[in-house]
Design a protein around this ligand. Structure first.
Ligand code: NDP
Ligand code: ZN
Length: 373
């Protein structure tokens, strides 16, 4: 036993010395080791803090349904060990020589992207999420700017990121609620802004979970008349408390009655198989269905070309650019729009994932990274 402990300790020491010599940053997190396995502790290194980079010590990281989809390989095969998490907020612990946006001690957030080419038409337009030539997602992606290392996410005690891909967070923000603004926030804020909602517009939010409850708050703050769609009656009171005018349990015929030709806009955040035509039929002529929910590939919903009873648009939206993410964070803070969070220690992450899949979270788990000792 003593010998095992000694071997472990010397390996860890050697690994730390190696990391220090190369400037690499030792990191500690929870990773998936296989698509269907449990998340377990994982020690690894991150690339050195470059001249434009900041090192963030993670305080909190939200648990997005995308972590589960991607970790489980729902959309495409993954490489493991994989540290998920892209709703990160923390304190800046180190800054590179050319960093201007942050200083040590500031607070910063990181969402779903950590880099992009910066020269394609979309990067130039501030829509780096649609970069054509080298976008790097926060985890599970090939970091072409760092020797093709596998990017590792926020279920960990730190992250190194280019300052241009970090979001500034004021020191007095409620940090445990800020992480989810980096994904659930921007992903719903962006399509609502692009839909150019007008006061009194009748709109729908389908799927009232982590993303959906943010969408309802943004849409209500923009003056829309919001109807919420979800699978059970359980969240009816909460939807109305957030300012929705109607709650529809999609399993109840009576709730659905009379809704065709009603809405100017519907946002779908649904993460599993469903019939999008039900929502298309509820749109008025020139109405729009925007889709951000991303079910597993095997469950991908299909839109029928027989939807010709009216001129309607179906469009898709992926998170938002860095500038717009900063806008979403600023808007949220100004309008006091935050997720309803349940803070958990990292040791409860596997139970939390099961609860998200089973629809048992109201509304966002957030991991307290202080629990990662
Ligand atoms: P959650 O699990 O927190 O919320 C999903 C909600 O949808 C739950 O309330 C769930 O109900 C409800 N729901 C499930 N099936 C239906 C249905 N058929 N009709 C109505 N409601 C339904 O997930 P998130 O909010 O974290 O994520 C939602 C989706 O958005 C995921 O697919 C995720 O990958 C995707 N996503 C996409 C992004 C983008 O950029 N486009 C960015 C971030 C996430 P119940 O709780 O009862 O199960
Ligand atoms: Zn997400």
């Amino acid at each position: 036993m003593k010998r095992l402990f000694f071997t472990l300790a010397t390996t860890l020491l050697a690994w730390n010395c190696f990391a220090q010599n190369t400037g690499q940053v030792p990191s500690k997190g929870y990773a998936l080791y296989t698509a269907n396995g449990e998340l377990k502790p994982y020690d690894f290194t991150r690339h050195a803090v470059g001249e434009n980079d900041i090192l963030i010590e993670t305080l909190y990281c939200g648990v997005c349904h995308s972590d589960i989809h991607q970790g489980r390989g729902d959309w495409s095969p993954q490489s493991y060990p994989l540290v998920t998490g892209h709703e990160i907020v923390g304190r800046v612990a180190q800054v590179g020589a050319k960093v201007t946006k942050f200083k040590v001690g500031d607070y910063a957030g990181v969402g779903c992207m950590v880099n992009a080419c910066r020269h394609c038409e979309y990067c130039e337009a501030g829509e780096e999420q649609y970069c054509l030539d080298g976008r790097v997602l926060t985890y599970g992606d090939t970091d072409v700017y760092h020797d093709k290392e596998l990017s590792q996410g926020g279920y960990s005690n730190n992250i190194v990121v280019d300052e241009n891909f970090a979001i500034t967070v004021p020191a007095d923000a409620p940090m445990e609620k800020v992480g989810p603004l980096m994904c659930a926030g921007i992903t719903t804020y962006s399509p609502l802004v692009h839909a150019k909602l007008k006061k009194g517009d009748k709109i729908g939010i389908a799927g009232f979970g982590g993303l959906g409850h943010m969408a309802v708050q943004y849409a209500v703050s923009m003056g829309a008349e919001v109807t919420v769609f979800d699978l059970t009656d359980e969240k009816r009171e909460e939807a109305l408390a957030y300012g929705a005018v109607r709650y529809v349990n999609v399993k109840k015929e009576t709730d659905l009655k009379g809704l065709d030709n009603t809405f100017r806009f519907i946002l779908s955040t649904i993460p599993s198989a469903y019939d999008p035509m039900m929502y298309v039929n509820m749109l008025k002529v020139d109405g729009e269905l925007a889709v951000v929910g991303m079910p597993a590939l095997k469950d991908a919903p299909a839109v029928s070309i027989m939807a010709m009873r009216g001129r309607k648009k179906v469009w898709f939206s992926l998170i938002g650019g860095i500038r717009e993410t900063q806008d979403a964070v600023n808007y949220s803070i100004t309008h006091n729009i935050y997720p309803k969070v349940e803070v958990i220690p990292i040791q409860k992450i596997n139970e939390a994932w099961r609860n998200v899949v089973d629809g048992k979270v109201h509304f966002r788990y957030v991991i307290d990274m202080g629990s990662l000792k």
